[in-house]
Design a protein around this ligand. Sequence first.
Ligand SMILES: [Zn+2]
Ligand SMILES: [Zn+2]
Length: 258
Amino acid sequence: MYIDSHAHVDGTEFDADREEVIERARAAGVSKILNVGTGDPHSGALERAVELGRMHESVYTAIGTHPHDARLYDDQAEEKIKTLTKFKNVIAWGEIGLDFHYDNSPRDVQIAVFKRQLHTAHECNLPVVIHTREAESETVEILKSDYADAKRRGIFHCFSGSLDLARNAIELGFMISFSGIITFKKADELRAVAKEVPLDRLLIETDCPYLSPIPYRGKRNEPAYVVEVARCLAGIHGIDIEEMAHITSQNFGSFFHL
Ligand SMILES: [Zn+2]
Ligand SMILES: [Zn+2]
């Protein structure tokens, strides 16, 4: 059994066939999906994500305000997310973090909102899902200073960073989730980093509908394809795909106490 630790199945890309996509995942052996609700917190997007998790036993939910939308985060958004985290199958706060590649929100706002959500997630006793792009040192610095609690728990999702970032993540006690990026031809450096991550810190994800793994590149991604991420990661660590599936599923289960 596989677990897709990060997907966006509630997105409009799946409006036409969402139930079939969830069924195909099940048929492919994907027993659980962590669906991550993002977007404008005032738009109803987060409610839709929570609703999907309420309707499917196998779909768990993370909600939070993505760094792209940090400029839209305010008191009202915070109260709404806090309320929504009480619903069935909501197990994480995220994705939150810093994205200095797109800079869709001003950097100072991203930093302030990231810190604020770390505190609130901790208050709500929820682990966090971290998105970081081209902001490695800033992200690590914030996690070390503003999230310096013994109980801090989180996942670096769609990991595509340096070995240095991976080492920092491990030292912080975080999980590291790899996506289809590790299957890409030009990802030798990332595969070398993945090899250094201890087995008990590994998770796998699709981040669908984006980043389809080889051999599905160019197509819409979906949770069933997480099998290809497991296959690649198993090869990197020199173990069977079944073993990697087992290890990453166990890691997910024990991390979230499921
Ligand atoms: Zn992300
Ligand atoms: Zn995502």
